[in-house]
Write a protein that binds this ligand. Structure first.
Ligand SMILES: [Zn+2]
Length: 286
């Protein structure tokens, strides 16, 4: 009896601790919610069982399925190897369901990748339908990259994973800022500053000077797209300069190696050192 009593007490204490942790840590709550709202448990399309959808998003899911083979082939070619396992795509009609499933608890993001799933916001099926294929390819780049990495490996800085995804998807998630816009901003002194920050608050992305946003520009999404596009341009420059070194870096990171030493080994210097060369090359090509 006493043992049972202690066990009950322990269980109650544990449950209370979990509740406190969930209340204090919103990201923990969001991650737990995502576990119970896995898009893989939604119905799948008969024509492509990789695509799961809320019934009201049936037509949009069909559009995602039509774009999927091309996007998968493109990402595999850009990253230089097949997916570790077939990706799962989630297409949502309801913003609240999407927020529960995406692990962020936030419905204001165009797409999210998580645990082998590429999830598309309902906005991809509506106002921003024109971006559906490119955002899908962008998210698939993350699914591919993290699909190879061992669980618990330290994440590379966000400028690298986002720049890679924009590069591999031909501009996905940075559609309204072109390579030329990004190159001009860098030449004019509005470079992103490469660091290890998480960039989840896009108003806090560090730039050498604040890039001018112009009339009617939405500052938060503009900063995000400008930063992503600059990072993409830089990674594309590194890859063009030494494709073998780029492949070595990719394979090392996919194996779970730490970013800093892997980058230095591949490119004989730190990201900031190589950025200085990159920025100089843009000045020379103006
Ligand atoms: Zn991304």
């Amino acid at each position: 009896m006493r043992l049972a009593g202690s066990a009950t007490l322990l269980a109650s204490a544990l449950a209370a601790a979990v509740l406190v942790a969930l209340a204090v840590k919103p990201e923990l709550r969001a991650a737990l919610l995502a576990q119970f709202n896995d898009p893989a448990s939604l119905p799948s399309l008969p024509e492509d069982p990789r695509v799961h959808y809320e019934p009201a998003a049936r037509a949009c899911a069909a559009a995602a399925a039509a774009a999927l083979p091309g996007a998968v082939a493109k990402i595999e070619a850009e990253h230089g190897r097949p997916f570790a396992r077939p990706p799962i795509v989630g297409v949502f009609a309801d913003f609240a369901t999407y927020a529960r499933a995406n692990g962020l608890g936030d419905d204001n993001v165009a797409g999210v990748s998580r645990a082998g799933r590429a999830m598309l916001s309902p906005v991809m099926c509506r106002e921003e339908y024109w971006r559906l294929a490119s955002v899908l390819a962008h998210e698939l780049s993350h699914v591919h990259f993290f699909g190879w990495r061992p669980r618990g490996a330290a994440r590379p800085p966000l400028w690298f994973t986002e720049g890679l995804a924009v590069l591999a998807s031909d501009g996905g998630a940075a559609e309204t800022v072109s390579d030329a816009d990004a190159a001009k901003a860098i030449r004019d002194g509005y470079s992103i500053l490469l660091d290890d920050s998480a960039w989840m608050n896009f108003l806090s992305i560090p730039f050498a000077a604040e890039p001018p946003c112009g009339e009617g520009c939405v500052r938060q999404s503009f900063r995000q797209r400008m930063a992503y596009r600059q990072a993409s341009l830089f990674i594309g420059w590194l890859r063009a300069r030494d494709p073998a070194a780029f492949s070595r870096l990719m394979r090392a990171l996919e194996g779970g190696a730490a970013f800093g030493p892997s980058f230095e080994a591949a490119f004989d210097g730190s990201p900031r050192q190589r950025w200085a060369d990159f920025a100089k090359s843009l000045q020379a090509s103006r």
